[in-house]
Each structure stands twice: as structure tokens, then as C-alpha cells.
Design a protein around this ligand. Structure first.
Ligand SMILES: [Ca+2]
Length: 244
């Protein structure tokens, strides 16, 4: 009996020591180096684009409730669809195809080759595109500055609809306009359709001081002809934190 009692005490004592030994080993282990992720300073709309999240870090996908370019009325897109090529579309809400809650949309070709969508829209690799609604609601993409600093902004718009896009395109800092232009024509991938029209492309570049939380809004409307027919307009945008 005494033997068993002794054995029990020995085993129990060893087991009780295990947590203490582990704690000692962990506390004496050299600290693991903390590898900080490099801070993102280049914000590329195409590279960063997401169909899973909205807001998506510094980017937000939205629209206006009316045909007034009122950035303070920004509404978030909520619903995503994909066409057969894999090009995705953010929409205001669930819908039954072209009509209410389908427009304004924000689309992106995440593949590495130009995709022909609906037989008449050519999306270059990574290209984002927007189309206004029939009533002239704007498609909006918003960048929210992550910190105070000087930012270099580049925005390139181009008509990508074979029916020749007729849109108004804009860049705003908060509610202040930085750039306004009209797109009239096709300025997309020339291997898919010839470049034509009075103004198939428009480009803005500039350096702007932003405070944390300031917004840069990229907007597309239905243009002077006040119809969104054949209006799909592509966009490549990059915002770089230059000095801070
Ligand atoms: Ca139009």
C-alpha cells in the first residue's frame, strides 16, 4: 500500500510541475522579433479593388441618390453580381437586371486580360468602370485619407462602350472640385474597338494636401445628353502618400 501511495505522490508531483516548467521555458525563451508590415503608401484602385468589402480599407464604392453631384450624400453600394467573364459589378442593392438598384454600378475586371462584357464593353486588365443611372445618379468611388500628408493623385478616365460613352467625369477633394471633363467616345483597348470620338479620354494628375479623413471622390455622371445609354466609362486611379 505504501508503495502505491509513494508512486501516486511521485506521479502527481511530476504532473503538477509541468505547467511550472513550461512557464519557465516560455519566459526564458528569447523574444520573437516583431515583423512590422510595411506601411501602405501607394493606393491603387485596381490592385486594391474588392468585391468582398465595402468600405474596403481606404476605398468606398457608392453613388448619389439624385443627379446632383453631392458627395455629402454618398450612399454605399451593397450588392455584387458577376458576368460570365468574371467581371464583377457593385450595385446599390439586389435587383433583377438593368433598372432600379442595378445602376449606378461600379465594375472591375480583376483578371489579367481584356474582357469583353455584354458584347460591347471592353474592360482592360484591372480596369474599373462606372455607369450612371437613367435618372442621372452618379457613380462614386471615395478615397479616405489614412493620415495627414501630401498625396499625388492620378485618375485616368476613358470610354469603354462600343456605342461611344457620353459622360461627365470628376475628381473632388471633399466637396471642392479638382477636375471636371466630358468623355465622348471610345478610348479603351484598341485591339477590341477603334479609338474614336470627340474626347474618348480624360486625365487628371495633381498633388494635394489632405488631412486624415479627407476624401478624394472619383465620379461619373450621365453627361450632357442626360441619358446613361451606352455610357460605361473606365477608370484607373492611383493615390500616393508622398510626404507626411
Ligand atoms: Ca450619356
Amino acid at each position: 500500500m505504501r508503495i502505491f501511495s509513494c508512486l501516486y505522490r511521485t506521479l502527481y508531483g511530476s504532473a503538477a510541475l509541468v505547467p511550472l516548467v513550461l512557464l519557465l521555458v516560455i519566459s526564458l525563451s528569447p523574444a520573437r522579433p516583431v515583423i512590422a508590415e510595411p506601411k501602405q503608401t501607394v493606393f491603387d484602385l485596381s490592385n486594391d479593388f474588392s468585391f468582398e468589402a465595402n468600405p474596403n480599407k481606404v476605398w468606398q464604392y457608392g453613388y448619389t441618390p439624385t443627379n446632383t453631384l453631392s458627395v455629402d450624400q454618398f450612399r454605399f453600394q451593397k450588392n455584387v453580381t458577376f458576368d460570365t467573364t468574371g467581371v464583377g459589378f457593385w450595385h446599390p442593392d439586389k435587383n433583377n437586371g438593368p433598372g432600379p438598384d442595378y445602376y449606378p454600378y461600379i465594375a472591375c475586371n480583376k483578371s489579367n486580360k481584356t474582357q469583353l462584357v455584354f458584347g460591347g464593353l471592353a474592360f482592360r486588365p484591372g480596369e474599373v468602370a462606372m455607369e450612371s443611372s437613367r435618372s442621372g445618379q452618379y457613380g462614386l468611388i471615395r478615397f479616405v485619407a489614412p493620415e495627414n500628408g501630401s498625396y499625388e493623385i492620378s485618375a485616368k478616365y476613358e470610354g469603354i462602350h462600343y456605342g461611344l460613352s457620353t459622360t461627365d467625369v470628376h475628381v473632388l477633394h471633399n466637396s471642392k472640385s479638382l477636375f471636371d471633363a466630358d468623355i465622348d467616345g471610345y478610348g479603351g483597348d484598341p485591339d477590341f474597338h477603334k479609338v474614336e470620338g470627340a474626347n474618348p479620354r480624360a486625365e487628371y494628375s495633381g498633388k494635394v494636401a489632405l488631412r486624415k479623413g479627407d476624401t478624394i471622390t472619383l465620379a461619373i455622371g450621365y453627361g450632357k445628353n442626360k441619358t446613361n445609354s451606352c455610357d460605361t466609362t473606365g477608370l484607373f486611379a492611383k493615390i500616393t502618400l508622398a510626404d507626411h
